[in-house]
Design a protein around this ligand. Structure first.
Ligand code: PLP
Length: 447
């Protein structure tokens, strides 16, 4: 291994809070750093490396496409990987979602969804429909348009005022219900959408966007069973787009190829990225209702695009990753391993009083950390317990994904979301590492 001690890291900046070790190599569910230390990737990177690391089949397809043609500009050439991939992808989507638009990231995909809705209404002479309603907390990306739909204060505050501060309704977060309901709730958080539409004026609303299962925002919160039924009913009643942001939940993560399959809900647009290429190449996409796109195409097309949109590399990798997921039944594996993982997390909850809740679906799980389980009293935000646990896990050789309390909602959580290729043995190993990290955290908890 090259000696990296004298290597300057001054020239590159991120959001990161501290200097991390260099990644040396990665294989399956494991990562090695430049000192030779091994980690179990319990967060699949940023919950995107769904098929695990070092997949030769995808690496070979990437190299093969790079040698053949790395780029085709859409006004100059059609490219086969993009058409092939779109045609294959729609076979796994709802029958009314048969039109695909490619971009390079989740944020760009959310931007594309926003612009598609706005152009659709513009073409129909309904220019006033420019607003979007989203939820708080939520995460839909970091570009300014996507950030305006996001409700994740640490990432938003420096950029206020937003391009437009769109209205937000409470996310379904039953453990800390924003309506303080204890038992029967009547889905107030879903009906809040109708109240927001009426308050804003229905003629001003273009769409509503939601993560089907909370990702970085609420942390693997699964909505009540009938939540999306109510949401869909309201969107239909007011003629607005229902946009499901499957950037984190898509491509098998929750035990189905797309999380919306857990309920009987018809989205008008599904937003995808992350697992779409599992980290092997930047790619994002939206799939939209066929008749809406066709109407727009008859009206001169979509006034939107990026240089790398639908490039052959990303699409070749996307198709190969999709084949890896479906041929190896990774969604089914995520469902089975998710059950094992959740059962193990519940066992850890019995042992560690500072685990308040275990939640999630498939291999998108989380634990919420509390000072007092009975009252759900959170740790004071400044104690950063989510970082303490994540750091202890890191020292043990386990990577998990922390989240601080946001948007006035109290409570730290960490996401536990290993690659969908995880075996029983690897899930058990993850749980053993997490148990040691929890022991070390418990010993350091403020008295
Ligand atoms: N939407 C959701 C639900 C996400 O989880 C993310 C990223 O975490 C995004 C959008 C933004 O994706 P990207 O970071 O690729 O821009």
């Amino acid at each position: 291994m090259e000696n990296l001690d004298s290597f300057s890291t001054d020239y590159l900046f991120y959001q990161s809070r501290k200097q991390m070790p260099f990644i040396e190599r990665a294989q399956g569910v494991y990562i090695w750093d430049h000192t030779g230390k091994k980690y179990l990737d319990g967060s699949s990177g940023a919950v995107n490396c769904n098929i695990g690391h070092g997949n030769n089949r995808v690496a070979n397809r990437l190299a093969e496409q790079a040698r053949k043609a790395v780029f085709a500009y859409r006004t100059q050439f059609e490219n086969e990987p993009a058409h092939r991939y779109a045609a294959e992808l729609v076979t796994y989507l709802a029958p009314h979602l048969q039109r695909v638009f490619f971009v390079s990231s989740g944020s760009e995909a959310v931007e594309s969804a926003i612009k598609l809705c706005r152009q659709y209404f513009f073409n129909r002479g309904q220019k006033s429909r420019h607003q979007f309603i989203s939820r708080t907390p939520s995460y839909h990306g970091s570009t300014l348009g996507a950030l305006a739909l996001t409700s994740y204060s640490p990432l938003e505050i420096p950029f206020r005022p937003m391009m437009k501060a769109y209205p937000k309704i409470p996310a379904p977060y039953c453990y800390r219900c924003q309506y303080h309901k204890k038992t029967k709730c009547n889905l107030e958080c879903a009906w809040a959408l109708e109240r927001a539409i009426v308050e804003q004026g229905p003629e001003s609303i273009a769409g509503f966007i939601a993560e089907p299962i909370g990702g970085a925002s609420t942390g693997a919160v699964v909505p009540p069973r009938d939540y999306f039924g109510v949401i869909e009913h309201i969107c239909k009643k007011y003629g607005i787009f229902l946009i499901l942001d499957e950037v984190m939940t898509g491509f098998g993560r929750t035990g189905k190829l797309f999380a919306y399959e857990h309920w009987d809900v018809d989205a008008d647009i599904v937003v995808m990225s992350k697992g779409i290429t599992a980290g092997y190449y930047p790619l994002g996409a939206i799939a939209a209702r066929t008749e809406y796109v066709d109407e727009m195409m008859d009206n001169g097309g979509f006034s939107h695009g990026h240089t790398l949109a639908g490039n052959p590399m990303g699409c070749a990798v996307g198709l190969e990753v999709l084949n890896v997921i479906t041929e190896n039944r990774l969604s089914e594996n995520a469902a089975a391993m998710g059950k094992l993982l959740k059962a193990g997390l519940e066992r850890l909850k019995k042992r560690f009083q500072f685990i308040g809740q275990v939640r999630g679906q498939g291999l998108l799980t989380a634990i919420e950390l509390v000072q007092e389980r009975k009252t759900r009293e959170p740790f004071p935000a400044e104690q950063n317990i989510h970082f303490l646990l994540t750091d202890e896990a890191y020292d043990e050789g386990l990577i998990i994904y922390p989240r601080r309390p946001i948007n006035g909602l109290k409570g730290d959580h960490v996401l536990v979301a290993p690659p969908l290729i995880s075996t029983r043995k690897e899930i058990k190993e993850l749980l053993a590492l997490l148990e040691r990290a929890l022991e070390r955290t418990e010993a350091k908890l403020p008295a």
